[in-house]
Design a protein around this ligand. Structure first.
Ligand code: KIV
Ligand code: ZN
Length: 519
C-alpha cells in the first residue's frame, strides 16, 4: 500500500535559535543544516533573513550547501522582509518563503493594531510578492490556535488564491489540547480540500506539542513543523525525534503515513545540536535523553537480559545510538581506522580537516585512557565549527589561588603576532577572562558559564560554553572550548566567543588555517 509522506519541516535554526541562549554562528548553522539534510528533513527553515546580516549570511551559505532539502526563510508580511528572504535563498536548489501575520483577535488588536480586513490585505500582498521570488510559498496564521475559525477560513481562501501552497496553523502559545487542535485541523483540511497542504506548528507550553502534532496528522495535517531536542521559544517546539519515532513505533496506528527521515541520524543530530548550543536535553527526555535507554531497577535489568522486548519499545540502534560505545579507538589506531570511525559517526569532512582532527585525536589518546564516540563527536564538532580566528590562544599559566590572589598569564596570537600579558581576578576564571580582555581591548561581560564532561571517567574532556556580551546594544555571543583541562577549555571558549563576535561584526580580516590548539 502506498503510504502518504508527512513533510518534516525543521525549524531548529529559526524557532530553535529563539531558545534563550541558543544563538549560533554562521559556520555552526551550516554544519547543522548539513546534518539536517543527512537526517532527511524535507524543509529546513534556515533562519529569518531580515533579522540580521548574520542570519542573511547563514541562510545564503546554507542555500549554497544543501541540495536534497528545501531551504526556507521566514519573513514577516512586509515587502522588505520578503525581499531579504528571496535574496537569501536564491541559490538554493529547492527554496521556499515562509511568510506570516497574526490572525487572532488578541494579536490583531493589541500587537498589530490592524483590522481583520487590513490583515487579509497585508497577507495577500505578502504572498503575491513572495511568489515573484519563488513558486513555493507557505503562509502562517500566527496564533491560529486562538483565532476565530470563520476568519481563518477567510484569510486561507485569500492567500491560496494569491499563490500560497502550504497553510500553517501555529499554536503559537501552546494553549490547545489535542482534541481541540485535532478539530481545528480536521475542519481546515476538509475546507481547503486539497487546495493547499495543511501544516501545524505546536509550541510546548503545556507539554502537549508532540501529542498535538500527532493528533493533527490523524486529522489531515500533512506537514509538521518541529525542532531537534524540542528547542524553541519558551518551552520549545514539538520535538522532531519524538514525532518521527512515534509514527514509526506506532505504525499500527499511523499505518497510512511515513516520513523521509533516516532515524539512524537522530542521535548524531541531537548530539551535534546539544554540543553547539550547549543546551543538553533533560536526562529523561524521550528518545535522546541520557537515560532514555537506561534500565536502573533490578527487575527491569533482569527482564532485559531475558528478552529486550520486556522493557524496550525502541532499539537504540534505530536512532543511531550504539550502546556498546566503549573504547572506540586507541593511541595505536591508524588514520584509516580514524577515518572509518568518522564516516560511521556520519561526518563527511575534507582530507585536510581529517589530518588536523587526527592530530588532535592522537594527542587525546596519549592523555586519555578510553575514548568514546561522544569524545570523537565533540572533537570533530569543535574543529568544524571553528570560525575564522583573529585571536588564538597559545598558552595559559595559572598561579595558585588558594591563599593568594588568583592570577593568569596568557599568550594569544593576534593575526600572527604573539602577545603575552598577565592579570588578576576574583577567581581563576575571572583572572583568565580579564587578561584576555586586556590583550584584545574588548571588555566582555560573562552572562553564562557552563561546563559539561563529554563522556565518562575522571579524565573526561571538559566542554565549556560561555555566553558573553561585548556590547550592551548587541546580542550576547556563545563560545565553546574543549580540553582535558577545564581552565584551558574556559579560555578557549571565551576566545571563541570573541572571534564569533568579530566575525559577526565583519571585523575578522585574517584567517588561520592551521590551528595550534591542542587537547
Ligand atoms: O509560533 C509561531 O507562531 C511561529 C510562526 C512565525 C510560524 O513561530
Ligand atoms: Zn513558533
Amino acid at each position: 500500500m502506498n503510504k502518504e509522506i508527512i513533510t518534516i519541516f525543521d525549524t531548529t535554526l529559526r524557532d530553535g535559535e529563539q531558545s534563550p541562549g541558543a544563538s549560533m554562528n554562521t559556520e555552526e548553522k551550516v554544519q547543522i543544516a548539513t546534518q539536517l539534510e543527512r537526517l532527511g528533513v524535507d524543509v529546513i527553515e534556515a533562519g529569518f533573513a531580515a533579522a540580521s546580516p548574520g542570519d542573511f549570511d547563514a541562510i545564503s551559505k546554507i542555500s549554497q550547501r544543501v541540495s536534497n532539502s528545501t531551504v526556507c526563510s521566514l519573513a514577516r508580511a512586509i515587502d522588505s522582509d520578503i525581499k531579504s528572504a528571496g535574496e537569501a535563498i536564491k541559490q538554493a536548489k529547492m527554496r521556499r518563503i515562509h511568510t506570516f501575520i497574526a490572525t487572532s483577535v488578541i494579536h490583531m488588536e493589541h500587537k498589530l493594531k490592524m483590522t481583520p480586513d487590513e490583515v487579509i490585505k497585508r497577507a495577500v500582498r505578502a504572498v503575491e510578492y513572495a511568489r515573484t521570488f519563488v513558486d513555493d510559498v507557505e503562509f502562517s496564521c500566527e496564533d491560529a490556535g486562538r483565532s476565530d475559525m470563520v476568519f481563518l477560513k477567510e484569510i486561507t481562501d485569500a492567500v491560496i488564491e494569491a499563490g500560497a501552497s502550504t497553510i500553517n496553523l501555529p499554536d503559537t502559545v501552546g494553549f490547545r489540547l489535542p482534541q481541540e487542535i485535532g478539530a481545528m485541523v480536521r475542519e481546515m483540511s476538509s475546507y481547503t480540500k486539497g487546495r493547499a497542504i495543511i501544516s501545524v506548528h505546536n509550541h510546548n507550553d503545556l507539554g502537549l506539542a508532540v501529542a498535538n502534532s500527532l493528533e493533527s496528522i490523524s486529522n489531515g495535517a500533512r506537514q509538521v513543523e518541529c525542532t531537534i531536542n524540542g528547542l524553541g521559544e519558551r518551552a520549545g517546539n514539538a520535538a522532531l525525534e519524538e514525532i518521527v519515532m512515534a509514527l514509526k513505533v506506532r505504525s499500527d496506528i499511523f499505518r497510512d503515513f511515513q516520513t523521509n527521515i533516516n532515524t539512524k541520524e537522530i542521535y548524531p543530530s541531537s548530539r551535534l545540536i546539544a554540543n553547539i548550543t550547549g543546551i543538553e536535553p533533560q536526562p529523561n527526555k524521550a528518545i535522546v535523553g541520557k537515560n532514555a535507554f537506561a534500565h536502573e531497577s533490578g527487575i527491569h535489568q533482569d527482564g532485559m537480559l531475558k528478552n529486550k522486548s520486556t522493557y524496550e519499545i525502541i532499539s537504540p540502534k534505530d536512532i543511531g545510538l550504539d550502546m556498546e560505545d566503549t573504547l572506540v579507538l586507541g593511541k595505536h589506531s591508524g588514520r584509516s581506522a580514524f577515518k572509518d570511525k568518522l564516516s560511521k559517526l556520519g561526518f563527511s569532512i575534507k582530507e585536510d580537516e581529517i589530518n588536523s582532527a587526527f592530530k588532535r585525536f592522537k594527542e587525546l589518546a596519549d592523555k586519555k585512557k578510553e575514548i568514546y564516540d561522544d569524545d570523537i563527536r565533540a572533537l570533530v564538532t569543535s574543529q568544524m565549527t571553528n570560525i575564522p580566528k583573529a585571536y588564538e590562544l597559545i598558552s595559559l599559566q595559572l598561579m595558585d589561588c588558594s591563599n593568594g590572589v588568583p592570577s593568569a598569564a596568557v599568550t594569544i596570537s593576534n593575526n600572527g603576532k604573539e602577545i603575552t600579558d598577565a592579570g588578576i581576578g576574583d577567581g581563576t576564571i575571572d583572572a583568565i577572562f580579564k587578561t584576555i580582555d586586556r590583550i584584545s581591548g574588548y571588555q566582555g561581560v560573562l552572562m553564562e558559564y557552563k561546563v559539561k564532561s563529554v563522556s565518562k571517567g575522571k579524565d573526561a574532556l571538559a566542554n565549556v560554553t560561555v555566553k558573553v556580551n561585548f556590547n550592551d546594544n548587541e546580542p550576547a555571543i556563545i563560545g565553546h572550548g574543549l580540553s582535558l583541562d577545564t581552565m584551558l577549555a574556559s579560555a578557549r571558549a571565551y576566545t571563541g566567543a570573541l572571534n564569533s563576535y568579530l566575525s559577526m561584526k565583519g571585523m575578522l580580516k585574517f584567517r588561520h588555517t592551521d590551528s595550534r590548539e591542542t587537547i
